[in-house]
Ligand binder design. Sequence first.
Ligand code: ATP
Length: 354
Amino acid sequence: MGVEIRVEGLTKSFGRQTIWQDVSLTLPAGEISVLLGPSGTGKSVFLKSLVGLLKPDRGHIWVGDRDLPRLPEAQLYDTRKLFGVLFQDGALFGSMNLYDNIAFPLREHTKKSEGEVKRIVMEKMEMVGLLGAEKKLPGEISGGMKKRAGLARALVLDPEILLVDEPDSGLDPVRTAYLNQLIVDLNSQINATFLIVTHDINTARTVPDNIGLLFRRELVMFGPREMLLSSEEPVVRQFLNARKVGPIGMSEEKDVSELEAEAKMGHDPGRLPPIPPQLMPSDGRVRPTQHAPGGWCAAHGVVPPPGSFIDDLGRNWVEEWPRYVAAMSPVGGGPAPGGFGQAGGGRPGAGAAP
Ligand SMILES: Nc1ncnc2c1ncn2[C@@H]1O[C@H](COP(=O)(O)OP(=O)(O)OP(=O)(O)O)[C@@H](O)[C@H]1O
């Protein structure tokens, strides 16, 4: 399950406005990637381009051996069925109850019987914790529930790729933490390739396997989480530290004189905070595509910031990891008796985003 998406030299403009150019990246199969960037840098446009709702001016989007922008309409329609998308507002139909909203893609795109539709809808509603809310209308539920309903609808066609646009928008930090946990749990269950657009730094630091950053109409960097969280690149550091000091300005980029003035005053985008342990599935199992904590840093001779990979209980997960993996079989198996990951918190990330 889960397919790799390879983007090569992608460029998109609206009229004379170039949104981004020459974007190249690979979303590894089954992994979770996050796309960051200041407002208006074209993250949503990128998501819509990936699913074929917008056509890029140049470049390729390889989904397996299919180059999406060059597919004839019928094949594009077929390929889109590999994608599940959660749009920012959930994009639910206001006049339909949650059951009918979630059933909609099945009724629209498949010939399944109503019995089968029911089985699938209830299964997905259970996966996102919405059982019992079938009859509710979107106007009667909270923002967090709307996101969950949107996720359930994105899952009904068993997508190989899940695109999520700002899951945290309009949610309080606690609900965002619950939604992040749900996203990690879903990834471990369906093992699809995930791309999440977010502004939430905590989400970016704890959820993904990979992070990308758009700025100045370019992809500044894309790579493993540890690579960006230990990067010295000023734009990356400024964004991940949520600081005013650095190349990102109020509306877009700062000019040279502003940057010189900052440098003269001795400002910099801040020290790098410790890299937190990555959020684990709530059953404590290891996701099939999960990377060992500290693995990228060790392989690239990078010394992570002091205090990295240490959880709330003071355990260093670089050291704990081999024992943890030995004690926990991958998805499909289960926790070893007396092993890690038991009720509430023997696992990395526990406490980082409960
Ligand atoms: N269909 C369209 N036609 C013309 N311009 C568009 C269209 N869609 C998006 N844009 C422009 O593209 C730019 C990038 O928009 P986009 O919504 O992708 O940014 P974003 O990074 O997702 O922003 P935010 O973080 O605020 O959601 C904006 O200037 C927007 O006005």
